[in-house]
Design a protein around this ligand. Structure first.
Ligand SMILES: O=C(O)c1ccc[n+]([C@@H]2O[C@H](COP(=O)([O-])O)[C@@H](O)[C@H]2O)c1
Ligand SMILES: Cc1cc2nc[nH]c2cc1C
Length: 348
């Protein structure tokens, strides 16, 4: 079942105007490389010749995974709830980078297993973590839809509050297992090629993670082209919420900066709901989690940064934001050859 999200077509005409305008700015033609491509893409996304991406809006979705029972993470599942409290007190890496880029920031409990509370928490818990998908479906279809809607509604609020681009992050012990399973089914690639250490498994533990995922795929038999079935059988509540948030941003012509492995898998799911969603996405960084390369290729995106990071939370996207903003500032603030009295390219 597809959900109707009505994502607008890119404004290709505005993109062409911006391409031509870029050649009038005081620089050798094409010399700002991928920054120029980014400027054109942002113009096509926003429909504006002078796109604005500040302030960015950051939504971090937190949820737990029943499959952690199988011993697939280097950290205990309690860390998810503990980190939510850390986010609320401003001490997580993503808090630091969000402050640095002047972002609007929200942390959303969409499915943490333990009861968490604190000032500023967006409490939208759909269920207390997913079920262990080795044994049974991760959640009910109705719960998938609820989590998607949490993402859509929180993104709509963020946009209403003035966010001009969207960064979605996640916190969920065990979520690289869910994301690897989803990616294996979506791409048809072997689990072995896609799995990685996540928070820090050793190679023996990774072999176990591989067999857990292989057993789950064999038992659940999800339909690779049905995002609701994929999320219901192998998903995570935060992955569903991230997909929903990205769909809502795309519907509103708001550029999305995609983060690491889990976020990129959520982006692929969003694209299964509406294949125009990825038109509004920019890949922020390349995570060291092995499957991220495949996920980015499947999404058709080249990342802006490679800082050998694998944290998640939206951190890679936040660090890429200044580059995205530089593309817009270049368009708005650079002088043209005629304004600055600089001679253009020699005609020979
Ligand atoms: O974003 C990434 O590329 C990334 C790669 C590895 C781990 N993570 C983070 O680590 C957690 C999942 O790791 P794990 O080993 O518990 O599945 C989760 O909270 C993610 O935010 C994130
Ligand atoms: C401490 C910690 C912080 C995180 N942030 C995202 N995933 C994480 C996993 C752990 C273990």
């Amino acid at each position: 079942m597809k959900q109707l999200v009505e994502i607008p077509l890119l404004a290709k005409d505005i993109g062409r105007e911006v391409s031509a305008y870029l050649n009038t700015l005081t620089k050798p033609i094409g010399s700002l490389g991928r920054l120029e491509t980014l400027a054109v893409e942002l113009a096509e996304m926003t429909g504006s010749r002078f796109p604005v991406v500040a302030p960015p809006g950051v939504l971090v979705f937190a949820a737990d995974h029943g499959v952690t029972e199988e011993g697939v993470s280097a950290y205990p599942k309690e860390v998810t709830a503990q980190m939510v409290l850390n986010f609320l007190s401003g001490g997580a890496a993503m808090n630091v980078f969000s402050r640095q880029i002047g972002a609007l920031f929200e942390i959303v409990d969409v499915g943490v297993a333990e009861a968490v509370d604190g000032e500023g928490l967006i409490a939208r818990n759909v269920r207390a973590g997913t079920r262990n998908f080795c044994q049974e479906d991760a959640m009910a279809e109705e719960e998938v839809i609820q989590a998607l809607n949490v993402g859509k509604e929180e993104a709509a609020k963020m946009i209403e509050n003035g966010a001009k681009c969207l960064i979605v992050g996640e916190m969920g012990i065990g979520n690289t297992t869910s994301a690897s399973a989803l990616l294996s089914v979506i791409t048809g690639k072997n689990v072995k090629e896609l799995i990685g250490p996540g928070t820090g498994l050793n190679s023996d533990q990774m072999t176990k993670k591989q067999s857990v995922i292989e057993r789950a795929i064999e038992a659940r038999k999800p339909d690779q082209n049905d995002p609701l079935d994929l999320l219901k059988k192998l998903g995570g509540l935060e992955i569903a919420a991230m997909a929903g948030a990205m769909l809502e941003a795309a519907r509103n012509r708001i550029p999305i900066i995609v983060d690491g492995f889990i976020c990129t898998v959520a982006a692929l799911i969003a694209n299964q709901f509406d294949n125009r969603a990825s038109d509004y996405m920019i890949a922020g960084h390349h995570s060291t989690e092995p499957g991220h390369k495949t996920a980015l290729e499947e999404l058709g995106k080249q990342p802006l940064l490679d800082l050998e990071m694998r944290l998640g939370e939206g951190t890679g996207a936040a660090l890429a934001f200044p580059i995205v903003e530089a593309a817009t500032n270049m368009l708005c603030e650079m002088a043209t050859f005629s304004e600055a009295g600089v001679s253009g390219k020699s005609e020979r």
